[in-house]
Design a protein around this ligand. Structure first.
Ligand SMILES: Nc1nc2c(ncn2[C@@H]2O[C@H](COP(=O)(O)OP(=O)(O)OP(=O)(O)O)[C@@H](O)[C@H]2O)c(=O)[nH]1
Ligand SMILES: [Mg+2]
Length: 688
């Protein structure tokens, strides 16, 4: 591909709810521009951007992918993103490097949850946005209803530039409201005509919406408009341009990705009115201060890695955006997080799964490099001695866990390295080994995310796993004391016998103290050398499980007396005696089960707050308070037993239609209510 100067580059993320047609739109843009000869279809698994087998099988996008193309002497770097909520981390990454976000909205389904969620993310970043109303050829599509929703749900500044001509199967063209012309499509190409007469009334009405959407960007213009002065086309275009760049005006265009209607117009629009990297300097952290870095190809090189792909053959491929300067093969840069040197062996441009060698990449460009030594998603690469940092890309909380067990020994050997590689490519995946429950946990953003992770383990790394439910790390403790409890181990069956007796007191300790052992033996009832063995026997029992089979905590044991035999006593015998004494003491000291309690912060729209609180009550939760979080959004803070929120990631999504999010962290342990004890009790000695 030709080299383009920074002002001829457009970095455009396609975002929006799942199934709205982003991947199909990428395909159509590539096809219309001549970058590909054949228009692939999502259903057939033949699109450029859904190239992973997991994506093709499900016919949805699961991770971001790049699709650059050339249009009217410009290079447009499209970034296709997944609409499914589990993969919002990749949407955040795409927004970080995009200079414009195109929200693809289905005219059949209207503004859906994930569109609103991502709109808010982009708004928080001050990112320029526009809307492509898609699927206008489909049955039950409605531009009018969709426009109403855009205006009602996304706020001020929605500026409809176009109207569809014909509905559903009869959708055939586009009325351009600024130039007052009609464009009728055949085979992806338009022919210009006058706007049909029967549309005129509607055109005037929507044109009023358009003017209103645009004038809000300019106070002076707005004032004049309110006084009855309607601005001319040129003034509107200029204000539109400024309004897009300052993210106050959001143009709406229309079309059909699969019928290739409006595709060329969208590409024209990106070239003419889409912000270039020059319009959008990056804020970076340099020491204690924030600095704006312009996309200047002649200044110091600076890049951010926004995505890592684990390729089983090539190794790690890092996708990056050049924020300033010009990168050349074999350049050395420093990773600002680690301080490590990184050599950029070969520079690449990427389209779908295809990679092409690139000579150099100027400020504003998006490219890739293989085999960096210690760089992760979100890292900044800067010149040595100038360690500026681009703020991290926000990752979704890995709120859903599953326990995995390798199927065979061979799988077990492959599992740890495979998980390590997957974590490199997927910052929203967390792997944890729990010493308490002896499980390997995969934590992700939702069921689909975890499912895909396991499929990738098998496909990419040949590691097969089974899943099990996540065990709750219950513990137990005592609530009363027991005095003078004896443990007697005596075996005298011919030959060498075994003999050890110890007597202990037990008492509860404050929560979180753990274990204390004191030796109060005076006068040598047990020799000094055997006392550690008694303690060891008690500690082993604490770990392996007390009265209910769970690890025992917060207990003080005092060794007060014992007996030994000059021939038959041994360390082994005293260990057993310690174990017996401790078990007997637990039985007398009112043992209880402790359950972990999480602190939960659930953020939802205000109208769902009551539902969420009711649901938390049903989960034995105790609401601690609420906080207002932005307009119309509320955070409920509650303490909830961890066992009750194991699948909250799924349940909250269905309770709120995807409008809620939460964070849960372990808070403390509390006594399990007695009516629940039988449902969690374990056999002593059962594998924890
Ligand atoms: N009739 C019609 N169907 C379309 C149009 N655009 C997309 N589709 C179909 O809608 C379905 C979803 O399209 P995709 O392109 O996969 O949507 P997406 O936004 O990439 O979906 P995710 O990747 O899951 O977020 C596919 O079956 C497409 O063929 C369109 O303009 N008209
Ligand atoms: Mg897609």
């Amino acid at each position: 591909m030709k080299r383009y100067a920074t002002d001829h580059i457009r970095n455009v993320a396609l975002v929006g709810h799942g199934g709205s047609g982003k991947t199909s739109l990428v395909e159509a843009l590539l096809h219309r521009s001549g970058a590909i000869n054949r228009l692939g279809r999502v259903e057939d698994g033949t699109t450029v951007s859904d190239y992973d087998p997991e994506e093709q099988r499900r016919t949805i996008s699961l991770s971001l992918s790049l699709a650059p193309f050339e249009w009217r002497d410009h290079k447009i770097n499209l970034i296709d993103t997944p609409g499914y909520a589990d993969f919002i981390g990749d949407v955040a990454a795409a927004l970080r490097v995009a200079d414009l976000a195109v929200f693809v909205v289905s005219a059949v389904d209207g503004v859906e949850v994930q569109t609103e969620v991502v709109w808010k993310m982009a708004a928080d970043m001050g990112l320029p946005r526009m809307v492509f109303v898609n699927k206008l050829d489909r049955e039950r599509s409605s531009f009018d209803a969709t426009l109403d929703q855009l205006r009602n749900r996304l706020g001020a500044g929605i500026a409809p530039l176009e109207l569809p001509i014909g509905e559903e199967a009869n959708f055939r063209g586009i009325a351009d409201l600024l130039t007052d012309t009609a464009h009728i499509y055949e085979g992806g190409r338009p022919r210009t005509e006058a706007i049909p007469e029967d549309m005129e009334a509607r055109e005037h009405e929507v044109r009023d919406n358009l003017v209103e959407g645009i004038v809000v960007a300019d106070d002076d213009l707005l004032e004049r408009y309110l006084d009855g002065d309607v601005p001319g086309v040129e003034e509107l275009e200029r204000t539109l341009h400024d309004g897009i760049a300052s993210a106050t005006v959001f143009p709406v265009v229309v079309g059909s990705a699969t019928r290739e209607i409006g595709i060329d117009r969208l590409a024209d629009f990106l070239v003419e009115i889409g912000p270039s990297p020059l319009d959008r300097p990056t804020s970076v952290i340099a020491g204690d201060s924030d600095v704006e870095i312009a996309a200047d190809a002649t200044s110091d090189p600076l890049a951010i890695v926004f995505k890592t792909i684990a390729d089983p053959y090539v190794g790690q491929v890092s996708l990056f955006k050049v924020l300033s300067g010009t990168l050349r093969p074999d350049d050395h840069l420093t990773n600002s997080r680690t301080g490590g040197d990184e050599r950029l062996h070969g520079l690449l441009t990427v389209r779908g799964k295809e990679q092409e060698t690139a000579g150099e990449l100027v400020a504003g460009e998006i490219g890739a490099v293989a085999k960096l030594s210690g760089t992760m998603t979100g890292d900044t690469l800067a010149p040595r001695g100038k360690p500026v940092v681009v703020p991290q890309i926000e990752q979704p909380e890995p709120n859903l866990a599953v326990a995995v067990v390798p199927r065979t020994q061979a799988d077990e050997d492959k599992l740890a390295p495979a998980l390590h590689r997957l974590q490199e490519e997927d910052p929203s995946l967390v792997v944890e080994r729990s010493d308490e429950t002896h499980q390997t946990l995969l934590k992700g953003t939702g069921e689909t995310h975890l499912q895909i992770t396991m499929e990738k383990l098998t496909r990419k790394f040949g590691a097969n796993v089974e899943t099990e439910p996540v065990r709750v790390p219950y513990r137990e403790t005592i609530t009363g004391a027991a005095k003078g409890v004896e443990g007697r181990h005596k075996k005298q069956t011919g030959g060498h016998g075994q003999f050890g007796v110890c007597v202990i007191d037990v008492e509860p300790l404050p929560r979180g103290t753990g274990f204390e052992f004191e030796n109060h033996i005076v006068g040598g009832a047990i020799s000094r050398g055997y006392i550690p063995a008694v303690q060891k026997g008690i500690e082993e029992t604490m770990h392996s499980g007390g009265a209910y089979g769970y690890p025992v905590v917060d207990v003080k044991v005092t060794l007060i007396d014992g007996k030994e035999h000059s021939v038959d006593s041994s360390e082994m015998a005293f260990k057993v005696a310690g174990r017996l004494a401790f078990r007997a003491a637990l039985a007398q000291a009112d043992a209880v089960i402790l359950e972990p309690i999480s602190r939960l912060e659930v953020t939802v729209p205000v109208d769902l707050q009551g539902d969420v609180m009711g649901d938390l009550n049903a989960r034995r939760g105790r609401v601690q308070g609420t906080e207002t979080e932005g307009v119309g959004t509320q955070t409920v803070i509650a303490l909830v037993p961890t066992s009750e929120i194991q699948r909250y990631a799924i349940e909250l999504r269905s309770l709120t239609g995807g409008r809620g999010r939460f964070r849960a962290v372990h808070d403390h342990y509390d006594v399990l209510p007695s009516h629940l004890v039988n449902s969690v009790r374990r056999e002593v000695g059962e594998e924890a």
